[in-house]
Design a protein around this ligand. Structure first.
Ligand SMILES: [Zn+2]
Length: 388
């Protein structure tokens, strides 16, 4: 094929490009606002004021004061980010990707915020309790506790956390369930549950995922996908998700988290001690358990997260390529995989051919253009049948 002319099957429309560009600006602005809040709290010393008010409100009770601090911090952060969140809600409507009513969206925002306050409070209370008990080795203990909570959340996600926002039902389609059983038997793995994810109440986008740990491990398929895709196409998607399971991608992602957060807590301890010793921020007490230093902890974690994003995305894209290959090898033809990909791109307004640097930095999945090209390339080497 002549590569100088755009391929009509993969070229992105100006609308798709615009939508994705706005989405990127939105998440960049979101990050920058969060970043600015942390820096301002530290530089102006307002974090010290928040801490003093917390002690006052808690009548000098340390753990209650920590809670009040987290609560005030969450309220300020949410207030600053709400205009962008609302813009994001409107954006999805403008591009006909969402059919969620304002009330339902506001309710989701409330639930999401409450959940973040609850989980944030638990983690922050634990961290400062550990700092008080073991100021020298706090970061190793906090890391171990964090990993424990992380595993618990990974297990609870599909049965407790996700149902807060969406309904799930066991997949009712018998022919699809049979196909999955056959796929699982061929893979020599126990076939796990498949659930229909009622996404259509809120979104017009389609999605599928492998979630959960141990007994809660399951494949979830959006009803928006089940409604508009042929059984062959859904089988290709199921095979891809099963590929994640067979290749143990969730375990590998968790092990990556274990390593990254170990380094993260070590780094936080180092930076915290360095900054406190240098007295860069006069509002902070030199003692580690002064929770006014929380913005500094979050700042280090945020910077580390951003710095590692390209590497984490590269690992994820590698996993996606493995799952794709698994799907091609374990379904009768790659045609349905290719058409499913094309439909997904169209339905979700995904860029089929994003700029290389954008894919490298931000994308957890290879572009649809690359996935389709790889599938056709694989089929030309391994199959006699012609792809669609
Ligand atoms: Zn995947």
């Amino acid at each position: 094929m002549d590569t100088t002319t755009p391929n009509p099957r993969t070229a992105d429309s100006p609308e798709v490009k615009r939508y994705n560009r706005i989405q990127r600006w939105l998440s960049l602005s979101d990050t920058l606002i969060g970043f600015a809040l942390l820096v301002v709290l530290l530089v102006t010393g307002w974090t010290g004021k928040l801490r003093d008010w917390s002690y006052l409100g808690a009548r000098q009770h340390y753990f209650f004061a920590v809670f009040l601090y987290v609560l005030m911090f969450s309220i300020i952060a949410k207030a600053l980010n709400s205009p962008l969140d609302f813009f994001g809600f409107r954006l999805e409507h403008r591009y006909h990707l969402s059919n969620q009513k304002l009330r339902s969206w506001l309710w989701d925002e409330c639930k999401g915020w409450l959940l973040s306050v609850v989980l944030g409070t638990i983690m922050v209370e634990l961290v400062y309790a550990i700092i008080r008990v073991a100021p020298q080795r706090w970061w190793i203990i906090a890391w171990a506790v964090f990993i424990g909570l992380f595993l618990l959340m990974a297990q609870l996600a599909p049965v407790v956390l996700m149902p807060i926002f969406y309904k799930f039902e066991p997949l009712a389609n018998d022919s699809l369930r049979e196909r999955l059983t056959r796929l699982g038997e061929r893979a020599g793995t126990r076939v796990r549950g498949v659930y229909e994810w009622k996404l259509s109440e809120k979104s017009n986008k389609a999605n599928a995922a492998l979630t959960g740990l141990g007994s809660t491990r399951r494949i979830i398929l959006a009803d928006t996908l089940l409604q508009h895709y042929s059984d062959d196409e859904i089988e290709a998607v199921l095979a891809h998700e099963l590929g994640h399971h067979v290749h143990k991608h969730i375990l590998k992602a968790i092990l990556t988290q274990v390593a990254v957060t170990f380094f993260g807590f070590w780094l936080i301890n180092l930076v915290l001690r360095f900054v406190l010793a240098k007295e860069w921020f006069p509002a902070l007490d030199p003692r580690l358990y002064d929770f006014a230093n929380l913005p500094l902890i979050v700042l280090v974690a945020t910077v580390l997260g951003i710095a590692l994003m390209p590497a984490m995305n590269a690992i994820s894209r590698h996993h996606e390529r493995q799952a794709d290959r698994y799907a091609w090898e374990n379904t009768p033809a790659i045609g349905p995989f290719v058409t499913a990909m094309q439909k997904l791109a169209e339905q979700n307004l995904a860029e089929r051919e994003p700029a290389k640097w954008i894919e490298f930095l931000f994308h957890s999945h290879p572009s649809i253009g690359k996935r389709v090209a790889a599938a056709e390339d694989w089929a030309s080497k391994h199959r006699v049948e012609q792809p669609v």
